[in-house]
Design a protein around this ligand. Sequence first.
Ligand SMILES: Cc1cc2nc3c(=O)[nH]c(=O)nc-3n(C[C@H](O)[C@H](O)[C@H](O)COP(=O)(O)OP(=O)(O)OC[C@H]3O[C@@H](n4cnc5c(N)ncnc54)[C@H](O)[C@@H]3O)c2cc1C
Length: 225
Amino acid sequence: MEAVRATERTQLRRLPKRATYQRETIYSILDEALVCHVGFAYWDQPYVIPTLHVRDGDRLYLHGSAASRMLNTAATQLPVCVTVTLIDGLVLARSAFHHSVNYRSVVILGNAARVDDREAKLGVLRALVEKIAPGRWAHTRTPTDKELAATMVLQFPIEEASAKVRTGQPMDDEADYALPHWAGVIPLRLAASAPIVDPRMPSGTATPEHVLALTKSFALPNGQR
Ligand SMILES: Cc1cc2nc3c(=O)[nH]c(=O)nc-3n(C[C@H](O)[C@H](O)[C@H](O)COP(=O)(O)OP(=O)(O)OC[C@H]3O[C@@H](n4cnc5c(N)ncnc54)[C@H](O)[C@@H]3O)c2cc1C
């Protein structure tokens, strides 16, 4: 896979050794993250709005209410910045100064375009549902025409983008390694608890396989709680 083009705007200046422009890395971060943040300027005020996203090939898709300010602003071809962050650990250094977090993040710059074709729109909504819960689309009522009309879908090219990744132990100053303060990493991950059934489900309804599989995919290793 070809790397995305690194531009003047996406060239990391702070700790550039943590940068990558490889699509594999950028895509894996986008695919693992459940939430992105969309930044845009509205009149003189910048906004950064959290929302769901899904990637298909070299495009990122966003959806929401047709009345959404974020989507309507982005749909006018104004420049947008989409950011995704995964937190992998807390990094405790000997010095207060070198405390940090391990992370994988992506920044994408560009312009969005509306997806209005009915089938294409349905395809994106399906991909969004399947991203949240693989196998779920077949277990849901499909959107009505009214729901589709109330939903805006945007596509966003993944062309001008960067990823930044921090891994490993704290980077203390050499002299500080003699200090007695505990130093190391506390790994973090997203974990699921047991599913809580909606009380309006008929009593005794069995938990479907895809729900159990989804819960299991977020389980901690070795049955940890
Ligand atoms: C969870 C998390 C916590 C962080 N905490 C801090 C903190 O407390 N203090 C701090 O100074 N920095 C922190 N960072 C790093 C921060 O995101 C910036 O990379 C850093 O502050 C440099 O910003 P800058 O505007 O000087 O970037 P520049 O290097 O000038 O940015 C130039 C270009 O590099 C790319 N870029 C910059 N940062 C990122 C990124 N994180 N991911 C992907 N592409 C990027 C963008 O395309 C940007 O346009 C954190 C990052 C993460 C993910």
